[in-house]
Design a protein around this ligand. Structure first.
Ligand code: PEP
Length: 250
């Protein structure tokens, strides 16, 4: 069975105190009833403290980005080994904000994926089309292209450590969500693309998350679709009650 995952992308929100406060609120929630892996992605400066304060919580930690190099003269950047050394388990790669605001190319994202896996970090790899691409009915081709360029240099065994997050850019932070049917049809397409490139087994075991304005009132319907294995949550992950409700939607 595929791992079901709900991940909270805190983006550039929460200073140290606020991060620990949010973590403490989440630790009070009983996630044990939901058969879901719960992941949170605080900003770089708070990863270590959040990890240190997990105690016996099963929550896992993700970074929001990674540098593709091992070490050296890359001012302001964070290496895979640095992330690993503070307890990070997952890295988000290719978030649409990184692609759009910081011009991260498919080629760069492919290098980041390789670097993360080399250090035993699991990847949440984000793909998704823009509004004009959806309107032009190009969304199936766009996500296929992003997969091919960003991930398909990886071997089948490396793919075991990759989670895909389908996030239509027009639904991120906009309050607009893909309908459960729209999510299902593109998740199924993504799984078919994986099967064609690798094999059915890899396709069947890869978790594919949906992201884009998931809230407590729409999570259940989206997560009920057979190829949706959870969610990458932005805004609603900053409120412990909302995030917990989304987790418990499974
Ligand atoms: C995201 O940024 O990954 C995201 C899905 O954001 P939101 O839930 O706020 O749309």
């Amino acid at each position: 069975m595929r791992t079901q995952i709900v991940a909270g992308n805190w983006k550039m929100n929460c200073n140290l105190d606020e991060s620990l406060h949010l973590l403490n609120e989440l630790k009070l929630k009983d996630f044990s009833k939901a058969e879901v892996e719960v992941v949170i992605a605080p900003t770089f400066t708070n990863l270590y403290a959040v990890h240190q304060n997990l105690n016996d919580s099963s929550i896992k930690i993700s970074s929001q980005n990674i540098n593709e190099n091992e070490e050296g003269a890359y001012t302001g950047e964070i290496s895979p080994d640095m992330l690993k050394s503070v307890g990070v388990e997952y890295v988000i790669i290719g978030h649409s904000e990184r692609r759009a605001i910081y011009n991260e190319s498919d080629e760069l994202l492919a290098k980041k994926a390789t670097a993360a896996l080399k250090h035993d970090l699991k990847i949440m790899f984000c793909i998704g089309e823009m509004l004009d691409q959806r309107k032009a009915d190009k969304h199936f081709d766009v996500v296929k292209d992003q997969l091919e360029k960003g991930l398909f240099h990886l071997s089948a065994s490396e793919m075991e450590n990759v989670v895909i997050a389908y996030e239509p850019v027009w639904a991120i932070g906009t309050g607009e969500t893909a309908s459960p049917e729209q999510a299902q049809e593109i998740h199924e397409h993504i799984r078919n693309v994986l099967a064609k490139k690798y094999n059915q087994n890899i396709a069947d075991q890869t978790s594919i998350l949906y992201g884009g304005s998931v809230k407590p009132n729409n999570a259940k319907e989206i997560f009920a679709k057979k190829d949706v294995d959870g969610g990458l949550i932005g805004g609603a992950s900053l409120d412990a009650n909302s995030f917990a409700e989304i987790v418990m939607s499974f």
